[in-house]
Every structure is written in C-alpha cells, then in structure tokens.
Design a protein around this ligand. Structure first.
Ligand code: PLP
Length: 447
C-alpha cells in the first residue's frame, strides 16, 4: 500500500520532471505508477491502466517479466560491474555483441554499447567523423538529418533532432547540422503523387550535397520511421532512393533504430521494412525493453576495418559501455522477443489496430491515421480541408490526456495528435479496448 498524497507532496517538493509542464505539475502533481504486469500498470491508488505507450515506446515484452528480473539478479550477484575500457570485457557483453551481429542485416558486425539513445547517436556521429578523419578527410564532419527527427537531447543528438521545441532556450548548438524535409506525405506532399514527393526529397538531398560539398558531409542520420516527431512512415521508395544518393556521394548512412528496433514495426528492425542496410546503426529502448538502461551502435565491417587499422586508441566510451547487468538482461529480452514471435505479433495486431483507428477518419477533426506495426498516430486537425491545426490555447493535449487516463489508457497526447505504441505482446482484444477508449475520449473532448 502506498501513501499517494505523501508521494505527490514529495514529488512537487523535489522532482524536476523531464519533458513535463513544471508549472502544471506543481498544481496537479504526478500520476504515480506502482506496479506493472503484461500490458497493464497500476497506480498507487490501485487504478489499472493499459500502458498503450509501452513506457516510452520501449517496454516491448511488457511489464513484470520474472525472467528479466532473474537475469538482473543473477548477473548482479555474479559480477555487477566491470568495464569494457582498456581491453576488458565480461561474458554477457561479448555474447550480446555476437547475438546482435547475428540479428542485424548486412555486415553490421561490431558493437559499442551505451546507456541510451542519445548516447548512441552521439557515438554514431563521432564514429562517422572519426572514420573520415582516419581516411584523411578531417573536414568531412557535417551531419544531415530531417525536421521532425528525434535523436535525443544531448548536444550532438539534439542538433540532429529536428523538433525546435527541444532546442529553444538552450543556447547555441554545435555547427554543421543541416535539416532536410521529412518524408511526411500528409503535410509536405500536397499536390504530388507519392512518387513525385519522393523525387522532390531526393532532389532536395542532391541539391544540399551540391551546395555544401560532399567533402564536408560525414553522414546522414534518420529514423526508419520517425517516432516522437509524429510517426512519419515514409513512402516505400524513400529509403532506397536516399541510400543510393548517399552511397554515390560517399556519405555514411546512420539509421536510428532506437524506437523501430527489436520488433516494433513488425520486423525485428525498421530497416528491414525498406530493404536497406546502414553503415552505422544506433539502438536502445527495446534492446532491454527498458528493464535496465542500455543502448549501442553497430558498425559495418567497412567502418570497423578503418577504425582498427591505425596503431592508436579509440578515444570514445562511457563508464557504463557494455554494463554486464544490462547486457545480461538484453540477451534474455531478445530471447523472449524471438521465442514469442513478438515482431510478427506487432505486425499483425498493429495492422488490425491501425485499421480500427482508421474508422475515426469519418470524424471531422481526424485528419490522418498512420503507423506501422505497433507504432501509430492519430493526427487531429481543426479543419480537414485546410489541415489547419488546433489553437494551442485550447490545451487539447492536456484535455485528451485527462480523458484517456480517466478511461484507464496511457497514450501520448499532443496538442494535435495521439501517439500509440503498446507493448508487443498486445492482443487484438486489448487493442480494441484501447481504440474504444481513444474514440470515447475524442468524443468527450471534441464531440
Ligand atoms: N532516438 C530515437 C528515435 C528516440 O525515439 C529516442 C528517445 O525517444 C532517442 C533517440 C533518445 O533516446 P534516450 O532518451 O534513451 O536518450
């Protein structure tokens, strides 16, 4: 039993919450979660919710898995920590690297570990620059990304991120980060077929490379499907076309699989939806289903061969790179994803759920429903013809958050959208419950 009032009082007195309205939290206090089991969470007052956002897109195998708690305890008792600096290693770290090499497509065979997504993208960008420096091109440093991208909030990852709300008021960002148009057909493909839209994005990339000079650009970083920026599912031709341009201009491709990795889109990795393989991949979140923090990057043999050639030290790493407890949990977590065919379930239940959510398109304020596997989004518009957004003063996000939580559903409510990303164990029945709660919440707030 929990004393909710006491916890809320202490939270207000001492917590500095990430990505939260601090003023509103001082007024309303947090919703305090106490326990999880499968797709369900219980708050400290015993109210049950379906966690239809899987924590933060990451609790892929669902809550309360004893196997993962056991893996944590067993490795914690055996050897809780020993680093991977200075040529040291531990068995779970090595086994995880070997397992990942067997799972990732292509020759993504070498792995460096971190504790999360932002650290992984920092690592990926630094490896790209290091690669070019070792190849005698130290000026090949710029990074291309897209607007609406979310790559994390550490300074380098933040600079590649394309959501200005995360930049504002934090001072100057490092130079050399260039943002292109996202493959967001609903808003940027106006008056074009999907093919014409892809052609326009390819042209923009070509023109940017011409303008900046390929010799100044280290890499292009992108999420196979943009997540936090608004679940932007690109047209099928987009990624192969972009990858071809990058290859032709000798620019490395970094794919950020932090959300799309480990089953969420219906395949083990998002890149498999588009038949492309990057030079560098970053991952985090689903690799441990969030039970302990872990992220990392994989690099191709081409990259590794250059990094390993000179007689010098690779001067990059975090204390917790390859943390043995995190790696032990990741190994067990990946085993569950494979044994329970969770990628296939995400594909099947996701397609059903997107189909059910698409029925909301009949409503005057639902402009677009999109997604792949178990990452999806309902986009809300004040006017369907003009696609005008709602006035922020209406606080639609806050009102929808209250309405969905009242109905026992945790989703991410923004001023102009609802994002949904349940654990990959979701059943069709549970999917229907979530859709119904969203439909009822929209009726309550928007009629
Ligand atoms: N990349 C993507 C695609 C993400 O969605 C996120 C987090 O949501 C990150 C990177 C950053 O990960 P972290 O919050 O673990 O630093």
């Amino acid at each position: 039993t929990w004393n909710t009032a006491d916890l809320v009082r202490k939270d207000k007195a001492h917590m500095l919450h990430p990505v939260s309205n601090l003023r509103q939290l001082q007024e309303y206090g947090p919703l305090v979660m106490a326990r999880g089991e499968g797709v369900y969470l219980w708050d400290t007052d015993g109210k049950r919710y379906i966690d239809a956002f899987a924590g933060l897109w990451n609790v892929n195998v669902g809550h309360g898995r004893r196997e993962l708690a056991d893996a944590m305890r067993e490795q914690g008792e055996r050897l809780a920590f020993s680093p991977t600096f200075f040529g040291l290693a531990t068995p779970p770290t090595i086994e995880l690297a070997a397992k990942l090499a067997s799972l990732f497509p292509g020759d993504l065979n070498y792995f460096n570990f971190t504790s999360g997504g932002a650290e992984s993208n920092e690592t990926a960008i630094k490896i790209a620059r290091y690669y070019w420096a070792l190849r005698g091109k130290p000026d090949k440093v710029k990074v291309l990304s897209r607007m609406m991208a979310y790559h994390g909030i550490a300074m380098g990852a933040l600079s590649a991120t394309g959501i200005p709300a995360y930049w504002q008021d934090f001072g100057p960002r490092p130079a050399g980060f260039i943002h292109l148009t996202p493959p967001y057909y609903y808003r940027h493909g106006e008056g074009m077929t999907e093919d014409e839209f892809v052609d326009s994005l390819v042209r923009e990339l070509e023109e940017t490379i011409q303008r900046e000079g390929a010799d100044t650009i280290a890499a292009f970083i992108g999420e196979p499907i943009q997540g936090a920026g608004g679940v932007v599912v690109p047209p099928d031709r987009y990624w192969p076309a972009i990858a071809e341009v990058l290859r032709r201009h000798d620019i490395l491709l970094i794919l950020d699989e932090v959300i799309t990795g480990f089953g969420r889109t219906g395949t083990l990795f998002g890149m498999q939806q588009y038949g492309i393989t990057p030079d560098i991949v970053s991952f985090a979140k689903g690799v441990t289903s969030g039970y302990v923090p872990l992220g990392g990057v994989g690099v191709s043999s081409k990259i590794f061969d250059v990094l390993a050639e000179p007689d010098r030290v690779f001067m990059h790493g975090f204390t917790y790179s390859g943390h043995p407890v995190a790696c032990a949990v990741a190994l067990r977590n990946i085993q569950i994803i494979e044994e329970e065919n969770l990628a296939a379930n995400a594909g099947e239940v996701g397609a059903y759920m997107i189909g059910e959510l698409s029925k909301l398109l009949e409503r005057p304020y639902v402009g677009n429903v999109r997604g792949k596997g178990l990452m999806m989004l309902v986009e809300l518009v004040a006017d369907k013809e003009t696609k005008a957004k709602f006035d922020p003063a209406q606080n639609l996000g806050g009102r929808l958050q209250a309405a969905t939580r009242k109905r026992g559903i945790i989703v991410r409510c923004n001023p102009d959208s609802i994002a949904i990303a349940p654990p990959l164990i979701l059943t069709k029945e549970e999917a229907s419950t979530v859709v119904e709660a969203i439909a009822d919440s929209l009726t309550e707030v928007l009629g």
